[in-house]
Design a binder for this molecule. Sequence first.
Ligand SMILES: *Cc1c(COP(=O)(O)O)cnc(C)c1O
Length: 382
Amino acid sequence: MNIKQNINNISTPFYYYDIDLLKTTLDVVFKESSKYGYNVHYAIKANANTKILKIIRDYNIGADCVSGNEITKAIEVGFNSDKIVFAGVGKSDKEIITAIDNNIFCFNCESVPELEIINKLAAQKEKIVHIALRLNPNIDPHTHKYITTGLEENKFGINLWDIDTVLNRISELKNLKLCGIHFHIGSQITDLNVYKNLSLKVNEINSLFQKKGIVPEHINLGGGLGIDYDNPGKNNIPDFKAYFEIYNSNLKLLPNQKVHFELGRSIVAQCGNLITKVLYVKEGLNKKFVIVDAGMTELIRSALYNAHHSIENLSSNYDKEKYDVVGPICESSDFFAKDIMLPKCTRNDIIAIRSAGAYGQVMSSQYNLRDLAKAYYSDELD
Ligand SMILES: *Cc1c(COP(=O)(O)O)cnc(C)c1O
């Protein structure tokens, strides 16, 4: 990785964002989605850093929020409330009220009890709110089980056999207006065929609704596009062209139906890096451990999902050796990589953990009362 600036004087660990890369990525998202008139919402939960949100907002993108505070933040940084969607299986009353008060574009709803509460709260405000139903298409995304969300046994969404019950109930709820159908089947999906399968299933569901006399105004296909964690240098921008193309060639829309996406990881992952320093190199019986000053408190993905991040030693040109790269936290799951080859590491070497822009900084914690890592930006350092 190429950091132009002298970062040796910045205290580690810290996040480093490549702003040029973020902007180039957004250019591509904009260009490829506009070809088909698709609407893109950025899934704020991937990275809620204010500076990054403001850059994304400038690309005329909407926001996909999963909490009341994300809605407040989106509005604070200037996202249009009529481009905000609100998802989540467990929306609290307070969060629902925040969304209603801000006149957001749409609630993506996941159960009958939730619909009833939204209706009740909307009635109290004498408003009619727009909802979409999050449906379970039962498509296997071929990704990690913790980030699979569209199968029937997941906690997410409404199963297809319940649709009639749900639609009947909605017809009684006078403060709801059904505007769309929503799908989100998982994250870090790299097999494009999955999106074809989803499109075909969505076509079936769309005609099912049509037979019932309902034409959803918008079809929201969620997020999930994966990135290349193995080769962040070579593939630093996901293949948005192929992604939107596969939907365009497989989706059968009815007149005036609009398509929406909620992309998180694919927009922000590659522009972020966690920069850390080698504290100690410890020789075990059969292993060498590089103990760095970042841990699962700064980036929990490896501990949580066994996720793989490419790691570079920015300080060493020596021959490569085999290491486990681990953090300082008292948890065996506090590691970044096992048995990887790195140029020989010594104390104070600077290590870059790549592709950390999504679900990195935003998931950090102060476990062990550690300081929160700061963020630095390529366009601010000199
Ligand atoms: C997390 C999430 C997204 C974004 O997923 P990515 O894999 O980061 O693109 C989109 N929609 C919903 C409903 C989500 O929960």
